[in-house]
Design a protein around this ligand. Structure first.
Ligand code: HEM
Length: 410
């Protein structure tokens, strides 16, 4: 067995300050020199955190259900003991599909899959309408932040329609989503957990009969189907259904918004590819697919193990956190030639942007549809679309590859 890799300079430690200054250079170094890397920092309650950066290692762990999700879920700070709001949010997270394992995960996933396949035939129309609605707020020649004015709006409106809340204000949606995210960032304290718990109560009120009468036109086919699939299964409680509606509100929103933003940005940086999308709308799909490989919105996901396991010649101890660096795996040159180039025409679909295995993304089809529609319609409607010259603003996040703003001239 190879020696344990020694922690190297802070700048190539994904959890160290400075790594995000050039994450792709950091990934490339780790893939070559330290493919199984022990961070000097921790993402979870002081537990050692290891990062895997090579395609084959990341894929193997994603596909293997011995690697667990539940132990990786964030927990309320110790000061939350007895606090009803903070504990409400913890109760919600504990039911989330993304953090379940084994048979409880399988049962809930089946119920959600049933609900998604029920609404599948209606999605294209909903997405077309919401893209058209968002485009109608933009005018040729104006300078606009495309994240705020377009990329964030399309998936938020689509999720409101799917969840049966078409008249929910986007301000409320963004506020709840922000509250959940702040609590999930492991560095934030009790206040953020209390705010997230209160946001859950507000969402519950919106989804109650009274709220639906105010915010919905008709009941949601998706939520109804999810409720009856859960009842049929018998082991999924009403609380679990509610908790996973909270999850979908988040999972179906920013990831897709980031994908739209990253795709526009990649295309504006590659004018010859943008020209193809402008001329032929069917080129938008391959451009989105290549964005998923090249700048995947979800860069890292975590797993844990109950016992020690060997990966790449290194023994990872039981209880460790394992960071699977999707953003690095997708650029692994030993698997994907010219991995550092944005080339939609190569149609590389073997990327890991939606995960693989038991937890593979349930909204991949919807995310692809939204992004491809949003991109093709945007470039057709605004043929002179360009960066406004002030530069892009990447979010300082290891987990997400996301633009805070994308200033363009339409
Ligand atoms: C388009 C951008 C999206 C990206 C890049 C993305 C990425 C991912 C990834 C990487 C995972 C797997 C995480 C893991 O294995 O640890 C995942 C899971 C999941 N995603 Fe997405 N997602 C996107 C859109 C969506 C949408 C639109 C929805 C719902 C409407 C959604 C719902 C989910 C759910 C429910 C899971 C959990 C599956 C499970 O644990 O069994 N995602 N997503």
């Amino acid at each position: 067995m190879a020696d344990l890799p020694l922690p190297v300079s802070w700048s190539v430690d994904p959890l160290a300050p400075g790594f995000l200054d050039d994450r792709h250079a950091g990934y490339a170094f780790l893939r070559r020199q330290h493919p199984v890397f022990l961070s000097e920092h921790s993402v979870g309650a002081g537990r050692p955190t290891w990062f895997l950066t090579r395609y084959q290692d990341v894929r193997r762990v994603l596909a293997d259900n011995r690697f667990l999700r539940f132990p990786t879920r964030p927990s309320a700070p110790p000061t939350a003991a007895g606090d009803a709001d903070a504990l409400r949010f913890q109760g919600v997270i504990d039911h989330w599909l993304i953090y379940l394992d084994g048979s409880s995960h399988m049962r809930l996933r089946r119920a959600l899959q049933r609900a998604f396949s029920k609404i599948e035939p209606t999605l294209k129309e909903v997405v077309d309408q919401e893209v058209a609605g968002a485009l109608s707020g933009l005018a040729e020649g104006e300078t606009a932040d495309l994240m705020a004015r377009y990329a964030m709006i399309v998936p938020a409106r689509v999720m409101c329609r799917i969840l049966g809340l078409p008249r929910l204000s986007l301000a409320d949606y963004f506020e709840w989503n922000g509250a959940f995210l702040r609590a999930l960032e492991r560095t934030n304290g009790l206040t953020s957990w209390q705010e997230a718990g209160r946001a859950v109560s507000e969402l519950e009120a919106a989804l109650s009969d009274q709220g639906l009468a105010r915010l919905g036109d008709e009941s949601s086919e998706f939520v109804d189907c999810l409720r009856s699939a859960a009842e049929l299964d018998g082991s999924t409680s009403a609380a679990a259904v509610m908790a996973n509606i909270v999850l979908l509100l988040m999972a179906g929103f920013e990831t897709t918004a980031f994908l739209i933003g990253n795709a526009v940005s990649c295309l504006l940086n590659h004018p010859e590819e943008a020209a193809l999308v402008r001329q032929t709308s069917s080129c938008a799909g391959p451009a989105v697919e290549e964005t998923l490989r090249f700048e995947p919105p979800v860069q890292v996901t975590y797993r844990s193990l109950s016992e020690a396991v060997e990966i790449g010649g290194v023994t990872l101890p039981g209880g460790a956190m394992i960071g699977l660096v999707i953003g690095s795996a997708n650029r692994d040159e030993s698997v994907l030639p010219a991995a550092d180039r944005f080339t939609p025409r190569l149609q590389r679909r073997s990327h890991l942007a939606f995960g693989v295995g038991p937890h593979a993304c349930l909204g991949a089809g919807l995310g692809r549809l939204e992004a491809a529609t949003a991109i093709s319609r945007l470039f057709a409607e605004f043929p002179r679309l360009r960066h406004d010259g002030t530069g892009r603003d990447w979010r300082m996040s290891l987990t997400f590859r996301a633009l805070e703003s994308l200033p363009v001239v339409l």
